[in-house]
Design a protein around this ligand. Structure first.
Ligand code: KG4
Ligand code: ZN
Length: 331
């Protein structure tokens, strides 16, 4: 019988408190025992974004409750390791999870492992069973979250070589800011996606940022300014629902075209054998479809790994996997 390895994971980098327990028996063999999430989105909506000190206070309140429930559901205190989000994220929020994880590990007499949250987003893909995992690497990894936009080359499941990242706003942040300009509440990314589906192509266009930069860097702050000026120059007191949808379409398209183009180039330049994506914006169906189509038509039919929609945004399961997968890779 294969030895099982139990990871207890904690995520508190932003506005979601997460606790997960995963039973792993191989590189790509993971059984989810517990995956709990307490969202603070409603609390932060009225401020139009996440307030770090409030987020930390909510984590202090919610983390012990989730841990208690996880232990009850699991029915044991036997773990091999604690994995916790160490960085990046909102420092007051991270501090809550870090301190809890280290104290809990000390009390249980087991090791606590710091996890990079962004690598965690890509590890969310490994929740799905994979039959031919060896053929996936070297892979290109695309992290598209509220705080980061990064392209990686992964020579193996445990090596992350950063190819490039955003110079200013992250993709999720740009979508949230654009959505706000169109009167949508925080977090605007999913609402903008819905609105853009009713938008007509070619009514408005925005330049695709950094298209000609010939590298893997992104920039989205200028796009947001273009939308601001476009709305101002239209000199209309109240934009009609159709106008808003048309603007949403064009805005999202310009941002996604930059992502798709650079990802395609990264795959070509590195001879990547698969594409892994992760982070909140990876939940966007329009972007998923656009990436899929480009892979098929311009790159070749390589595997395209996308986490289940609910595991694109922050969660502790991906943090557990970010520890468990490398644990088995190093054996
Ligand atoms: O990964 P995540 O949960 O948090 C960070 O680590 O930042 O990502 C949150 C971001 C937000 O900007 C949110 O608007 C965006 O992901 N997001 C989406 C969608 N779902 C979440 N953006 C576009 N379309 C979606 N369906
Ligand atoms: Zn995240």
């Amino acid at each position: 019988m294969k030895k099982s390895y139990i990871t207890f994971a904690i995520e508190t980098s932003c506005d979601e408190t997460g606790v997960a327990i995963v039973d792993s028996s191989g590189l790509f063999e993971h059984r989810i025992i517990v995956n709990l999430l307490a969202s603070q989105v409603k609390l932060h909506t009225k401020y139009g974004g996440v307030v770090p000190s409030l987020a930390a206070r909510e984590h202090v309140k919610n983390l012990p409750l989730l841990v208690k429930r996880a232990l009850k559901d699991y029915g044991s205190r036997q773990f091999d390791a604690i994995a916790y989000t160490d960085t990046p994220g909102l420092e007051p929020a991270l501090l809550v999870g870090r301190t809890f994880a280290k104290t809990f590990a000390y009390a249980l007499g087991i090791p606590a492992y710091p996890i990079n949250h962004l690598h965690g987003h890509l590890f969310a893909n490994f929740v799905q069973p994979m039959s031919n995992s060896s053929g996936l690497f070297p892979a290109v990894g695309l992290v598209i979250s509220g705080g980061h936009t990064q392209l990686y080359l992964l020579p193996s499941p445990t090596e992350f070589n950063l190819l490039g990242e955003t110079l200013d706003d992250a993709l999720g942040e740009a979508l949230d800011k654009g959505a706000r300009l169109l009167g949508l509440p925080y977090p605007g990314g999913p609402k903008l996606e819905k609105l853009a589906k009713r938008g007509r192509p070619s009514v408005f266009t925005f330049p695709t940022p950094m298209l000609k930069s010939n590298d893997f860097r992104f920039s989205f702050s200028g796009l947001k300014t273009s939308l601001l000026y476009k709305i101002r120059d239209m000199k209309i007191k109240k934009l009609s629902p159709q106008m808003k949808a048309d603007l949403a379409f064009a805005y999202q398209k310009a941002a996604f075209d930059a992502i798709v183009e650079k990802t395609k180039n990264a795959l070509a330049q590195t001879n990547g054998r698969s594409l892994l994506i992760g982070g909140g914006v990876a939940a966007n169906q329009t972007l998923r479809a656009q990436l899929q189509k480009t892979l098929q038509q311009e790159v070749g039919n390589i595997p395209f790994l996308v986490p289940p929609k609910g595991l694109c945004t922050d969660n502790a399961l991906m943090i557990a996997l970010a520890h468990a997968v490398p644990h088995f890779a190093s054996r």
